[in-house]
Design a protein around this ligand. Sequence first.
Ligand SMILES: Nc1ncnc2c1ncn2[C@@H]1O[C@H](COP(=O)(O)OP(=O)(O)O)[C@@H](O)[C@H]1O
Ligand SMILES: [Mg+2]
Length: 255
Amino acid sequence: MEKLTPLFTLRDVGVALNGKQILSALDLEIMKNRATFVMGRSGAGKTTLLRVFNRLNDCFPGCTTTGEVQLHRDHGVVRPYSGEIPLPELRRLVGMVFQHPNVLPMSIRNNIVMPLATVHGVNRADAMDAASQALKEAQLWDEVRDRLDTDARTLSGGQQQRLCLARTLAMKPSVLLLDEPTSSLDHKAAKGIEELLETLKGRYTLVVVSHSLDFALRLADDIIVLREGQTYRHLLPQAIKGESGTILAELEAMY
Ligand SMILES: Nc1ncnc2c1ncn2[C@@H]1O[C@H](COP(=O)(O)OP(=O)(O)O)[C@@H](O)[C@H]1O
Ligand SMILES: [Mg+2]
């Protein structure tokens, strides 16, 4: 069996906002090329945990992150909160897809080309290539290839979410954070995103916040359950199924 190696290690991590402790005493590892699900009730701190990985909590005034966060790279460990990796590089490596698709008010093509060209200095021809590649990987290419210059806001919700995923994939991230990526979509579009994530599993490190226990049991290699800002359980789905159904029952009661 392939050896598991961590991509992120968190030791005694806490996040406080204006003195209020949102997350505390988190010790966990996110394994490379695995799918880790983060579950728990609304307000448990799931989104805040995702924002620890790309330092997005720093965007909120009065927010402090304590403890140690390690990012394991090929040439060794860096600590993002000690300034050992430039923020733009961290944000490129740690891609995030939000609950509501946040397409840019511009063409489908430019949603991918513009960030690559202006933020990352990729030349336009290479950015165009990267865009078509990413649209194919996000299974949107066949639906948009004939209208790449159309405003992205004309796409359906599911298509917009796949475009956001394509935009993130085009950055060649090491990890994809997905915050309830299907919750704003209808059933059919949500299924489409779930199937797409299944195709990415094993090739990317995925950290997925989801309320769907079915989906988690199908896709997750690991499940972190948060309760009131603390790690309540950290399990493999097999362990959930195996423990005489008790944990499963607890999780079901949560949703
Ligand atoms: N920017 C913010 N300002 C004030 N409170 C916040 C902010 N972000 C999160 N919180 C609070 O932190 C707690 C955890 O929020 P969140 O991480 O969004 O939970 P979840 O994603 O599990 O629903 C909640 O009590 C929420 O109200
Ligand atoms: Mg949330």
